[in-house]
Design a protein. Structure first.
Length: 331
C-alpha cells in the first residue's frame, strides 16, 4: 500500500496537465492527506475560519488575522532581542548576524556544514536519484523531500539542532520543519518572496535556510536577494490580476506574480546582491525577502544546493496561488 501511495505521489510531482489548474484536485488531495490537516481544526476555530479544512484557503480567507507578529518584525526588535536571555548566550559574531537579519532580512553562517558532510550529502543524493527514490519535479529543477530518504540531510541539515534553535529564536516560537528542495544546478528563478508559496496567518511565521553544496559564482547561477525587502508589504493574489476564480487557478498566475514583483523592484529602485558561497555556507532569510537565482551563464556547470523551509508552530500555513493548506507532519 505504501509503495502504491509513493508511486502516485511521484506521478503527481511530474504531472503538468489541466488537473493542476483545478482547485478540486487539491481538495481531493487534501482529503486523501487528511491526517496532515487535522491540526487546522483548532486553528480554524481560533481564527474563526468558517469553512472545511479540506477547502481552498487563501489570503482572502485570513485577511482579518494580523496578530501576533514575529518579534523581529517589530520596530523595536533589536531592543527586544537584547533583553532576551538566549540572545546573551550567542557569540558576538552571531549577535551581529541577528542584527543584520532584523535590519536586512537575512544572515550568513560561513562553513555551517563541514565540507566532508557536504560531500557525503552530494554522494547520497546522487545515489537516491540513481535508485529512483528521488527525482526532479514537474519543473525539471527541484528535487523535493530528500530528507525523507537521506539520514545525512535529515540529521545534519533539516533537523540540525543548532539550526533549529537559531530559527526558533528568530521566529520567537517552536518551528515545524516543512520540506527540503535540492538543486543540481542554479534555479534561474525570478525574484519572488517565499510568502507567495508558503504563506502564514498571521504573516511572517515562515523562515528559510539555504546551504551551498558546491561553489557558487557569477557563472553558475548564484542565488541573489534584495536586502531590506522583508519590510515591504506582503503580496498576495489580491494584489495583482492572478486570474484565480472559485474553481480554477488562474492561467499563468505565477508568471503574472513574477511580473508584478519585477515592476515593484524597478519602481522601488531596489539593490540586488549575490551570495557567492563556498560548500557548507548557510544563508537564512525572512519569509518576505525578495530573492531568486541568476541565469546560468556558463552552461553545463552545476550548482548543487539545498533549501529547507520551516513554519512557526500554531499558525495557519497555505500556498497562496493554489489556495491549498500546507500538509504538515507534526510528529
Amino acid at each position: 500500500m505504501y509503495q502504491i501511495h509513493s508511486d502516485i505521489k511521484k506521478l503527481a510531482q511530474k504531472y503538468t496537465g489541466i488537473l493542476r489548474s483545478l482547485k478540486l484536485t487539491y481538495v481531493i488531495n487534501n482529503f486523501l492527506n487528511r491526517n496532515h490537516l487535522q491540526h487546522n481544526k483548532a486553528l480554524y476555530k481560533k481564527y474563526e475560519i468558517k469553512k472545511s479544512i479540506y477547502s481552498p484557503l487563501g489570503r482572502k480567507d485570513v485577511s482579518h488575522i494580523n496578530h501576533p507578529t514575529p518579534w523581529l518584525d517589530n520596530e523595536d526588535a533589536l531592543d527586544l532581542a537584547k533583553k532576551h536571555e538566549q540572545f546573551q548566550k550567542f557569540t558576538s559574531e552571531m549577535k551581529a548576524q541577528i542584527k543584520q537579519f532584523v535590519e536586512e532580512g537575512y544572515l550568513i553562517l560561513k562553513g555551517f556544514l563541514d565540507v566532508n558532510v557536504v560531500n557525503e550529502i552530494n554522494v547520497e543524493v546522487q545515489k537516491l536519484m540513481d535508485d529512483q527514490k528521488l527525482d526532479f519535479n514537474y519543473g525539471g529543477k527541484k528535487i523535493v523531500e530528500s530528507y525523507k530518504w537521506s539520514p545525512l540531510v535529515n540529521e545534519h541539515f533539516f533537523r540540525n539542532r543548532e539550526l533549529l534553535e537559531l530559527l526558533e529564536f528568530l521566529l520567537g516560537r517552536p518551528v515545524i520543519p516543512f520540506h527540503t528542495i535540492n538543486f543540481l544546478e542554479g534555479s534561474e528563478q525570478r525574484a519572488h518572496s517565499d510568502s507567495i508559496h508558503m504563506a502564514t496567518a498571521p504573516e511572517g511565521f515562515m523562515i528559510a535556510a539555504w546551504v551551498a553544496l558546491e561553489n557558487t559564482d557569477a557563472g553558475n547561477g548564484p542565488l541573489f536577494f534584495y536586502p531590506g525587502t522583508h519590510r515591504l508589504p506582503y503580496i498576495s493574489c489580491l494584489d495583482y490580476d492572478s486570474g484565480n476564480s472559485k474553481y480554477l487557478i488562474g492561467e499563468n498566475s505565477y508568471k503574472k506574480y513574477e511580473n508584478y514583483i519585477s515592476e515593484l523592484i524597478k519602481e522601488q529602485g531596489l539593490k540586488k546582491e549575490y551570495f557567492h558561497a563556498e560548500p557548507g555556507d548557510l544563508l537564512i532569510w525572512h519569509a518576505n525577502l525578495l530573492h531568486g537565482g541568476d541565469p546560468i551563464f556558463e552552461r553545463g556547470r552545476s550548482r548543487k544546493s539545498m533549501v529547507a523551509h520551516y513554519f512557526g508552530k500554531d499558525v495557519l500555513c497555505f500556498h497562496e496561488i493554489s489556495q491549498r493548506p500546507a500538509l504538515l507532519n507534526l510528529k
